[in-house]
Structure formats: C-alpha cells, structure tokens
Design a protein around this ligand. Structure first.
Ligand SMILES: [Zn+2]
Ligand SMILES: [Zn+2]
Length: 363
C-alpha cells in the first residue's frame, strides 16, 4: 500500500510502498477515502513535539471504508463507512465506564504501536510506526475496531474525515467539555482548523459575542464565515483589552486552540469572574506558563484541559454527521485546498504558513 513516511523529524516526508499486515484480533483494515492535514501531525513532523518514534506514518483525521475485519470483530463488516478516531476505547476501564472514554486507560499515547504493543506496518523489514492508531496519511490502515466508528452511507466521506479530529475537538470543546450556555461570551485564541470549529460550536449553542483572536487577518475572515461576531488581530492590538472592551466584564469562556504559552496567559487574563479557560492547543514539549493565582480564587475562575473535545466517539461522530446533513454544521467551508498524498510536504507548508483553514488529502 501507498503511505507517506516520516523517517526523521525535521526532514521532508516521503511516499513509499509500505507492507501492511492483515488485521489481528479486534482490529480492522480501512481503505482511506480522505484525510485532513492536522497541526499535531505537523508538530510531529517538524520536531516541535519531541520523542516521536520513527519511521512513522502520520495522520490522525480520516474517513474510509472497512475492507477486512480481524477475528473477534462483531460490530463492523467489509463495506461499512467509518470515521476514524485516534483514541481507542475499551468500554471497560474506569474512564470508559464513567462516561469519559477519551481518557481510556488502555491507550498507549505516543508509542506508535497498536494496543498489543506491535505495528502492522513495515518497510524492507524495518518496523514502521502508526501515528495516533489510525495513521491516515496512507491509502490503507489497520487499527483497533474501536477507532473505526460506523456512520450513515449518505454522508460524503471527504467531509466526514474532518469530523475525526478538528470538528470533534473544536465543537466538542464547546458542547461537551465546557458546556457553554446560550448567551455566554466566548473568545477563541487561534482560529486554525480547531479554533474555527470552536467558533462554530459557539455559534451552534447561540453564544454571544463569539470573538476570534489570531495574528493573521485571513484567518479572522475564515472565523467570521464560521460564525464569529468579532475578530481581534493580536499582532496589532492587545487581545485582553480588546476582549474586555467588547464584553464589558471579560469573557465567560476563553478557548486556547493554538500551541502557544503566551496565548494561554492572555486567555486567562481576559476571563470574567466565574469564567473558564479551556486549553486545547498543546505548546512545545516542556513549555510552562505563569498566571496570577489570586484571580483564580477570588473570581472563582476555572482553568481546564480539553482532550479530543471530551469525545464519546460512538455517540458524537454520528451526531456530528446528522448535524452536518441537517445543515447545522459547516464542513465544506473549512476545506480550503485538496491534495494528493504525494503533496503532503506542500500541504504541511501551507498549514505552517497559515494559508488554509484545512487542507484535505483525497485518495
Ligand atoms: Zn489532529
Ligand atoms: Zn477504557
């Protein structure tokens, strides 16, 4: 099968003929239809995130068709359409049973292997690692059954791909993690692929105002198309002051959808009393932030993390599909450019330069 392989962090990715072993127990083989080009994978490729095992096939946002199922798979069959999740769930551990399956204890984050500790991919006898279990920058991928969530067949698979990471994370941060009520004020720091989905989550629950903050004017334009009521160019003005001017008392919810420590501090500083700061973006390994602790206590403010939009994938993916097909969720507007797999380095460059809302690799 054709896969794009990262051999060394900081070097270009190369498309290779990679051997793919058949699915083992509780695994499925998926033929990829489309894959979004994700910022976390860019960080893994450019070396901003340390300790990524190589060689590795990146990609954590995709959709496709099941081609083969391993022994023990009961809920999927060849021909099923699926959205891929980078967070397998066991359904039995503490977090799965209390309704927080995105924190499942069986995950092995960052190790580049499947749940049994091994890989299904190899190149000339050398092991090739799986990124985020689903390794979507490849024509085919083997993954745990719980990473392939079945969806209705009238959903276009290219649009479905984005639900697997950016839509789930951004919209989920608003609906699941923060549970923003109608009328609350929302500020979104960083309006890239994830932040634009936080913006549309805010619009979906009738938050007001919804303020996009970025250093690139073209992204603030994207944010307005996704439902932002205001845009703040943080390269030209102080976003904390601007948000306080717009809201009066500060933001009820401030989301950080960029891997930048300074943005975390600004998001904390712009909060109204009783407000919540939600951290989605992951700064470079080892980053620290400082904030004034007394504002946390006296104003009953909350600082909390958000992983994968607190996804309950089996519930949320089909729900996002219904919202899209019902005209309530925007996905077409997010896809700025389409690429062939061979154009992955160009896709990463455009993403790093902030030229696109989302790039999409189509197989
Ligand atoms: Zn992602
Ligand atoms: Zn679990």
């Amino acid at each position: 099968m054709k896969a794009s392989v990262l051999f060394k962090q900081g070097e270009p990715i190369r498309v290779e003929d990679v051997s793919l072993a058949p699915p083992k127990e509780d695994e499925v083989l998926v033929r990829m239809a489309a894959s979004g080009v994700c910022h976390s994978c860019l960080h893994a490729a450019d070396g901003n995130w340390k300790g990524v095992p190589v060689p590795i096939v990146l990609g954590d946002e995709g959709a496709g068709v099941v081609e083969e199922v391993g022994p023990g798979v009961r809920d999927l069959k060849p021909g099923d359409h699926v959205i891929l999740s980078w967070a397998p769930t066991c359904g039995r551990c503490h977090y799965c049973v209390i309704g927080r399956p995105n924190l499942c204890e069986r995950r092995r984050p960052g190790q580049g292997v499947l749940l049994d500790g091994t890989s299904r991919m190899s190149l000339n006898g050398q092991t090739v690692h799986h990124y985020g279990y689903v390794a979507t920058y490849a024509s085919h991928s083997v993954m745990p059954e719980s990473c392939a969530i079945p969806i209705r067949k009238d959903m276009p698979l290219d649009k479905a791909a984005l639900i697997g990471c950016s839509v789930m994370t951004g919209v989920g941060a608003v609906l699941n993690t923060a549970q923003v009520p109608a009328g609350a004020s929302v500020a979104v720091f960083g309006v890239g692929g994830i932040g634009l989905n936080v913006v549309q989550g805010g619009a979906l629950v009738a938050a007001h105002p919804v303020i996009g903050v970025d250093v690139r004017p073209n992204k603030l334009d994207y944010a307005r198309k996704m439902g932002a009521t205001h845009g703040v160019d943080a390269s030209k003005e102080d976003p904390v002051k601007a948000i306080k001017d717009i809201t009066g008392r500060g933001a009820d919810y401030a989301f950080v959808a960029v891997g930048n420590a300074k943005a975390v501090e600004q998001a904390w500083d712009c909060l109204a009393p009783g407000g919540m700061c939600v951290l989605i973006g992951v700064p470079a390994t080892g980053s620290t932030v400082t904030f004034e602790v007394s504002r946390l206590q006296s104003g009953e403010r909350t600082m909390r993390g958000c992983s994968y939009g607190s996804a309950r994938t089996r519930e949320d993916f089909p729900r996002m599909v219904d919202l899209y097909l019902g005209g309530r969720l925007k996905i077409d507007e997010l896809i700025t450019r389409r690429y062939a797999l061979e154009e992955i380095n160009e896709a990463n460059r455009a993403l790093a330069e902030g030229e696109v809302a989302r790039g999409l690799i189509v197989f």
